[in-house]
Structure formats: structure tokens, C-alpha cells
Design a protein around this ligand. Structure first.
Ligand code: PEP
Ligand code: MN
Length: 339
């Protein structure tokens, strides 16, 4: 249910509404709007009609059911677009077009430093790098783990770029959170509800990737798991879905951007690397993302793709990334975004 407060309702009235929601066994989530506050009351769907009684409280305008099955992620609860701050001066959403770039996996100090400096010089504002890798084969490189996170932190120290890195299992949340500015949930883990709940409690920004077989409805329900725990800092990432097509690694669902815009206030970015699987296809999908209204990108870049421990064929060389960024500026500007 959404409890819509009257314009100018006082702090005590809001506190009373929150208390009553809790007394009825639901969780209040306050969203401060420009003209009025609304309180989302979420919890057991059965018996939510009891919340209707809040309508008689002072300061309450009305109580309306949330029609969507995802509640806090919906535009019904929060019509204003969310902006997720990653570090001072670096946000996703709003007017910015935010580019995250770096290698698929952190491999050694030279590789991550060289890549970090190159992507920064080209205009990226967030460094990506996997230290825990969810690989299809158990015999493939699984990542440098904490050593990799330390190298990422050193690259952040050197360049000032905040870092995004994947956490694969609940047991590693605390460790990854010690180093990363943004916690990445990979496509294979979109519906790892135990992991999502922990990240909801952690409160750090989360980059949630769409599962390769996940519908948009399911994707938003996964975001809801994080929001329902009290963490509003969720960035959605479309990274391609599995179709019959084999010319690309996955099929980039570019229409997910406008669809999500119609359904949620959460920012949306595109991963052109995992969706195409081929470096030559990456730049055009970067431009398409900007044109479709995305809030940014996460792109794989490697100084020597032919030697990469993972995802070399889809990684841009630093010079190709820089050339892409030049042209991307024009697309972002037409879309009304700053890059
Ligand atoms: C990655 O970002 O390197 C990755 C494993 O992506 P995805 O989860 O989208 O496959
Ligand atoms: Mn990768």
C-alpha cells in the first residue's frame, strides 16, 4: 500500500504513520517527494487491507494499493527518477551518462594500472574489474580474489576512480565490500535471493545485472529484494539475454531501456560487451545505449585482449575505447546527457 501524506504534513504525523505501519506488521519506506512525502508499506500481501485504516490518521491524504508486484521499484511509489551516488561527484542517473570500464578480470598490477589510467584518460568515471569470477567452466580462471581487490584499491588510489567488482556468494559480501564502491551482482546470480537480501542490508550501491533468462518483471522483483531491505541504491544493468541467435554471445535487449523507464525510477545501464561478445560490435551498441536513453555503460577494456584471462574477444583495446568515447559524447549530448 502507498500512504500519501498531505502537503505540509508534519514530522510527528509522519512518525505516527510509520509507527502504525510497524504495529500492523508491515515495513514503512518513506520517500520524500518535492511537494509531499509518501510511505510505502510493504510486507505480507495477505491482509494488507488493514492498512486502509491509516486513512483516518491526521496528515494522511489517502491510502492506495500498489498495483505492481514490485512495489518500491515502481513509479507508483516513486515517480521521481533515482540518482545513485557511487562516490563524491560520481553518480548514475540524473543528467549524467556514466561510463564504467576496465578488464573482465583483474590479472596483475600492470594490467589493472595501465587499464585504469587509459579508461580514465578517455573519460570513464568508474573502474570495473572482476576479482571473483563466476565462470561457466570450473576449470577456467576463477579470479584473483582478495589479491585482485587489493590491486583494484591500488588503482583507485592512483587514479581516483571508484571501483565496481562482482560478489559471487553471500560469504564474500563483507570482504568485497571492504574494497568495492559498487557491489556487482552477475547475470548468473540475479535470482540469488540470499545474496540480494544481504546486499540490501549492506547499504552500498548495487549493480544488478539482468539474468540471461530473466524477464523484465523478474528483474524488477530481484531489485525489489534489495530495496525491501532498505537499500535504495540499485543500478539496473541490461547485459543481453539468451535467444536462438548465435552471431552474438547474447542478444542485447535494447528495448529494456525504455521498458524499464516506463516501470521504474531506478537508473539503467547497458553492458555492450557481454551482450555482443565481439569487440567490433561494442561501439555501435554503446551509441545505441545512449540513444535509447540509458544512464550509462559498463564496458570491458583490456590492454592486450589476445592475452586476457577471460573475455578477451569482447574487450576493447584502450585506443579503440578512447575513439568510441569521443563519438559517444555526441550521442549522449543528443540524448540530453552529460559525459
Ligand atoms: C562480468 O561482468 O564480467 C560478468 C561475468 O558479467 P555477466 O554477469 O553479465 O555475465
Ligand atoms: Mn566478463
Amino acid at each position: 500500500m502507498i500512504i500519501v501524506m498531505k502537503k505540509g504534513a508534519g514530522r510527528e504525523q509522519l512518525a505516527e504513520v510509520k509507527k502504525r505501519i510497524r504495529d500492523l506488521g508491515y515495513k514503512p519506506h518513506v520517500i520524500h517527494g518535492e511537494t509531499r512525502d509518501v510511505v510505502g508499506a510493504v510486507g505480507d500481501e495477505r491482509g494488507k487491507a488493514v492498512l486502509q485504516s491509516l486513512e483516518s490518521l491526521p496528515g494522511v491524504e489517502n491510502v492506495v494499493p500498489i498495483l505492481k508486484s514490485y512495489k518500491l521499484a515502481s513509479l507508483e511509489v516513486k515517480p521521481e527518477r533515482s540518482v545513485v551516488e557511487i562516490a563524491p561527484g560520481v553518480s548514475v542517473g540524473g543528467d549524467d551518462f556514466t561510463v564504467m570500464a576496465g578488464p573482465c578480470s583483474v590479472e596483475d598490477e600492470e594490467q589493472i594500472m595501465e587499464t585504469a589510467r587509459a579508461v580514465k584518460a578517455a573519460g570513464a568515471t568508474v573502474l570495473r574489474g572482476g576479482a571473483f569470477k563466476p565462470r561457466t567452466s570450473p576449470y577456467a580462471f576463477q579470479g584473483m580474489e582478495e589479491e585482485g581487490l587489493k590491486l583494484l584499491a591500488a588503482a583507485r588510489e592512483d587514479t581516483g576512480l571508484p571501483i565496481v567488482s562482482e560478489v559471487v556468494k553471500p560469504r564474500d559480501v563483507e570482504l568485497v565490500a571492504r574494497y568495492a564502491d559498487v557491489m556487482q551482482v552477475g547475470a548468473r546470480n540475479m535470482q540469488n535471493f540470499a545474496l540480494l537480501k544481504l546486499l540490501g542490508q549492506l547499504g552500498k550501491p548495487v549493480l544488478l545485472k539482468r539474468g540471461m533468462a530473466g524477464s523484465i518483471q523478474e528483474f524488477l522483483m530481484c531489485a525489489e529484494y534489495i530495496l525491501a531491505e532498505g537499500n535504495q541504491k540499485v543500478i539496473l544493468c541490461e547485459r543481453g539475454i539468451r535467444t536462438f541467435e548465435t552471431a552474438t554471445r547474447n542478444t542485447l535487449d535494447i528495448s529494456a531501456v525504455p521498458v524499464l523507464r516506463e516501470q521504474t525510477h531506478l537508473p539503467v545501464i547497458i553492458d555492450p560487451s557481454h551482450s555482443t561478445g565481439h569487440a567490433s560490435l561494442v561501439p555501435s551498441m554503446c551509441y545505441a545505449a545512449a540513444a535509447a536513453g540509458a544512464d550509462g555503460l559498463i564496458v570491458e577494456v583490456h590492454p592486450h585482449p589476445e592475452e586476457a584471462a577471460s573475455d578477451g574477444p569482447q574487450s576493447l583495446r584502450p585506443e579503440d575505447f578512447a575513439a568510441m568515447m569521443q563519438k559517444l559524447r555526441e550521442f549522449a549530448a543528443v540524448a540530453g546527457k552529460k559525459l
